[in-house]
Ligand binder design. Structure first.
Ligand SMILES: [Zn+2]
Length: 295
């Protein structure tokens, strides 16, 4: 599928990265490269052609502690790490490496999809690390291990381990055959509409979540749901699970979280009067797919 954050051909080596000596060898590899972020939300981009900045690891090894590097994986026989810059580090770093820091959402529109996928992976990991500094069981400090993919409680009598989380979120193109059901959130610019979406709750199937969210946001009952595809959505750590769903009812009752929900014909969506989601999103993919009659 041709949208952002998808198609990152990366061998993550989930088992090998548990082995500290194996990781050390990856870190000692002079051909390894580093993707750099400012905090967890901005990625450093090289110019003039917008590409992720990849700095040879030997240039950074002496300047940053080894524990600051998160192992991402192997891509085209090239080891990749991620480094997050602190506030007091990034200005000098940007000047030395002639890079620009770009917010991830903007970067996603300009980078090739597989590069946006790498940036998303690094960003979500760094975000999780920044919020996993204390044990959720006993409150002691945590220590990162497994190349940055596990936070382990430093209190030996506790020893709880924490892993990066992904929040499942359903996103659905609900239609009645001739019309699609789109909504607008209060914070969005006037005229912008998108597919309905919402987080999956504990104990729910994905299909249950599609039906519940559609009813909560639009008062519409939904029957058959068909899974179409997924997209990591690193804002900060969601996985969008895209569905197409057939409406069983017609009368809209706008939910409390929505500014508006309406039915749109294909003609209305094609004539440019509605501002749709950006092309890098699965929402737009679901809409375009329906417009093309694949539904
Ligand atoms: Zn603990």
């Amino acid at each position: 599928m041709d949208f952002a954050f998808v198609g990152g051909l990366l061998e993550r080596n989930g088992e090998s990265r548990e082995d500290a000596s194996w990781l050390r060898a990856r870190f000692d590899d002079d051909l390894a490269h580093v993707i750099v972020l400012r905090g967890s939300r901005d990625v450093l981009i090289a110019r003039p052609e917008p590409r992720l900045l990849r700095i040879p690891l030997p240039l950074l090894r002496d300047r940053f502690d080894a524990g600051r590097f998160t192992y991402l994986g192997e891509q085209d026989a090239n080891t990749l790490f991620a480094l997050s810059l602190r506030d007091d580090e990034h200005d000098e770093f940007l000047a030395i490496h002639q890079a620009v820091a770009t917010e991830l959402r903007a970067a996603a529109m300009n980078l090739p999809p597989h590069e946006a996928g790498l940036a998303a992976f690094a960003s979500s990991l760094k975000y999780w690390q920044s919020r996993s500094r204390h044990c959720g069981v006993c409150g002691a400090h945590t220590l990162l291990s497994a190349g940055g993919h596990r936070a382990l409680c430093s209190n030996a009598s506790c020893g709880a381990a924490f892993f990066p989380r992904t929040d499942p979120c359903v996103i659905m193109l609900v239609h009645d055959g001739d019309r699609a059901l789109l909504g607008r959130q209060p914070s969005w610019p006037e005229g912008r509409y998108s597919t309905l979406a919402g987080f999956v709750e504990p104990g729910e199937t994905l299909e249950d979540a599609v039906r519940r969210e559609t009813f909560e946001e639009a008062g519409i009952r939904v029957g058959d749901c068909t899974y179409i595809g997924s997209q990591p959505w690193p804002f900060p750590a969601s996985l969008m699970l895209g569905f197409e769903a057939k409406a069983l009812s017609d009368d809209i009752r706008i939910g409390a979280e929505m500014a508006d929900v309406r039915w749109f014909t294909r003609e209305e969506l094609r004539n440019g009067s509605v501002k749709l989601s950006p092309r890098f999103s699965i929402s737009r993919y679901l809409i375009d797919r329906w417009l093309e009659g694949a539904a």
